[in-house]
Design a protein around this ligand. Sequence first.
Ligand code: HGY
Ligand code: MN
Ligand code: MN
Length: 417
Amino acid sequence: MALPNDPSVSINGERLLERIAELAQIGKIEGTKGCSRLAFTDADCEGRDLVVTWMRDLGLTVTIDAVGNVVASTNSDGASGAVMAGSHIDTVGTGGRYDGNLGVLAGLEVIEATLAAGIELKRPLAVAFFSNEEGSRYPPDMMGSLAYVGGMSVEAVLEVEGPDGTVVGEELDRIGYRGSAPCPGAAPHAFVELHIEQGPVLDKEDIQIGVVEGVQGISWSELTLTGQSNHAGTTPMSLRRDPMRVAAEVVVAARSIASEIGGSQVATVGSLTLHPNLVNVIPAKATMTVDLRNMDEPSLQLAEEQLQLRVAAIAEDEDVNVESRSLARFEPVEFDGRVVGQIEQLAKQKGLSTKRMPSGAGHDAQMMARICPTGMIFVPSLDGVSHNPSEHTDPQDLVTGTQLLADTMIALTEVAW
Ligand code: HGY
Ligand code: MN
Ligand code: MN
């Protein structure tokens, strides 16, 4: 897409890297470069306050909606008609410093550099951080952006209870981020999310930019397996109703389903709790989660059906009761080819190496794609490691990705759909 006039801006890499480092001090995991800022905790609140201060210091119009999504815009109409960047600043419990944070701070940097250069654009620019993208304290993941696009009601969000017994609405009130801006929010003109790949492809193939074509489907379920607690020493094996045996075989079943289906199918049992969880007591109850993902919706449905069948068979054999609850279910998403093409064209114009690819991880962009033309830019993750305090991306890659985000956002201010 040729641009009539060619506004451009150079971002300040130093300032970007300093802000990433400063935000990473909040919820710092001692002895690592990672941080822990679970959604709506005090650490999340502190991180929010810091980023909102940076937004306000730029003179941006900052709005906070009913589920704590924060949007900062160069004009008073907020997101509507703006070219918006964004991501999340909440992390998993053992998080890295780049997952989500990069996309928010890069968007802020693009706006600051544009304002500093005094460039007049045809459209406003905006940057957002969405609440609880990770979903690990309160499912589903991408909770804030899902509500922003009208995929989950504010009421439903506010009443979600976490495994720690706390409730979203009460936590939002406690940290002072239950705002008054409307949710669902306004549709921007376009949305672009810069994010670390969190996988091994770009690093292994020594490619600078991932041009993300879409996000794979996600299915999270919670299984509550109830048997009979009993004495570990006196209960013959033939008389046991042991939920831990069922849980163990479900873990193995999940992995074999993934290898049988193949392709991009992945399966993860990430959490398992036993009650009463004592060395000499056959558990009464096992609660576990199963995360299934696939780029192909029919294959993801097949994986879900297979899991259900195998759980039922194992549980029946052990005379254990099963309750299953869906925690999140999102179909695969394809990004707008015009935005994907724009990212790729600008990257190539800069002589950057690029690769079109899907995203294995979920992102706020997959929700924003429901309300506006959307795309994502990936930069490499060292050894593909993420959701791990040792998560690392080379500073030069962070700066290169942010500059490409700037070029893309500015180009999209010139484009009429
Ligand atoms: O679960 C995910 O893929 C994302 O990190 N929330
Ligand atoms: Mn993320
Ligand atoms: Mn994440």
